[in-house]
Structures are given as structure tokens and as C-alpha cells.
Design a binder for this molecule. Structure first.
Ligand code: MN3
Length: 203
């Protein structure tokens, strides 16, 4: 059984970038529903799929029976993506970037400003609902985006180390249609210490 992870901070911890009410609904309603529906789909699928952790499950969607594959993709993706999302943010952000990650960002993008620009463009131009990602692929960094609750694990396009939810439910209460403003404010709460940890793990 998959379970909803606790938020590692209070609902209000990410203000003013993300308001408390949005965090409360996003974690308690949206993420919770993905976990519930994922468990229901795995239960219906039977077999030993339920024993896989969420990362392994996202990489093995082809082994899910066709009748449940869509539900596992959407809700398993939703569970993985949101679990990562909560962990890569913190109160006031955390600028503790490892030397290795800094060097990789400089090498891949020419610096943090260029990474922000490229990532911001990918997230802002993702049509409809989806995610912006910073991934590690063959030891190198790349920026990408996915629709719906898909993620880069599913098609082998990389190991995500930073992700941004650009579904309207992630920002609409405070920002309405101003997705670029949400993206800009979000950088203030990114937990680079955790992104650095994920980078060294992915490599
Ligand atoms: Mn969401």
C-alpha cells in the first residue's frame, strides 16, 4: 500500500510563493486522491506490482495489465511527482548547491540564470496540465517537460531531480492565469540542498 507522505513543513511555509490554502488542498486533496486511486488500481491489477516502490513502478508501466495501466500511469505518476515536488521545496528556499551540481549546471546550461530561463520556458509553454523537470541522463543534466502526471522515468528520458507542477490546481487560487509569475516566485522556495542530494544519487 502506498501512503501519503507528510509535508516536511507547514502549509504556510512556502508563502508568499505558494499560499497555505493551495498547499492544504494540493497535498490533502489532490495528492491524497492519487494515492487512493493508485492503491485501488494496484489492488485490481493483482500480482506483485503492489510490492514495487513508486520509482520502480513508474519505470515498469508496461508490466501493468492493460485494464489498469492508464490509472496506474496517472495516479502512480501523480504520487511520485508530488512526493518529489514537496521535497525539493523548503521555507525560504535553500541555496546550498553542491560543488558537483554547480559544475554540472555551468557545463550544461552556462550557469544558473540560463538554467532558470530554460526550465521556466519549458514549464510555461507546457500546454494544459503537466510538469517541468530537471533530469539527469547519462550523468548529464537536461531540462524537459511532460503532460498530465507523466514523468521522465516512464519513457527513460532521465532521473528527475527537480520538478515543478504547472497544473492550474498548483497555482490558480493565488495566481489565476499568471503561470509565469508562479514559476518566477517558485525559485525562491527551491531547496537546492535536496536537489544536490538527488543529483549525487542519480549519478
Ligand atoms: Mn498537483
Amino acid at each position: 500500500m502506498h501512503t501519503l507522505p507528510d509535508l516536511p513543513y507547514d502549509f504556510s511555509a512556502l508563502e508568499p510563493s505558494i499560499d497555505a490554502r493551495t498547499m492544504e488542498i494540493h497535498h490533502g486533496k489532490h495528492h491524497n486522491a492519487y494515492v487512493t486511486k493508485l492503491n485501488e488500481a494496484l489492488d485490481a491489477a493483482g500480482g506483485d506490482l503492489g510490492s514495487l516502490d513508486i520509482t520502480a513502478l513508474c519505470k515498469r508501466l508496461d508490466s501493468v495489465p492493460e485494464a489498469q495501466r492508464g490509472a496506474v500511469r496517472n495516479n502512480g505518476g501523480g504520487h511520485f511527482n508530488h512526493s518529489l515536488f514537496w521535497s525539493v521545496m523548503s521555507h525560504g528556499g535553500n541555496t546550498e548547491l553542491s560543488a558537483d551540481l554547480k559544475a554540472a549546471i555551468d557545463s550544461a546550461f552556462g550557469g544558473m540564470d540560463s538554467l532558470r530561463e530554460k526550465f521556466g520556458t519549458a514549464a510555461a509553454t507546457r500546454f494544459g496540465s503537466g510538469w517541468g523537470w530537471l533530469v539527469v541522463k547519462d550523468g548529464k543534466l537536461a531540462v524537459t517537460s511532460t503532460p498530465n502526471q507523466d514523468n521522465p522515468l516512464m519513457d527513460g528520458s532521465g532521473t528527475p531531480i527537480l520538478g515543478l507542477d504547472v497544473w492550474e490546481h498548483a497555482y490558480y487560487l493565488h495566481y489565476q492565469n499568471r503561470r509565469p509569475d508562479y514559476i518566477k516566485a517558485w525559485w525562491d522556495v527551491v531547496n537546492w540542498k535536496e536537489v544536490s542530494r538527488r543529483f549525487s544519487e542519480a549519478r
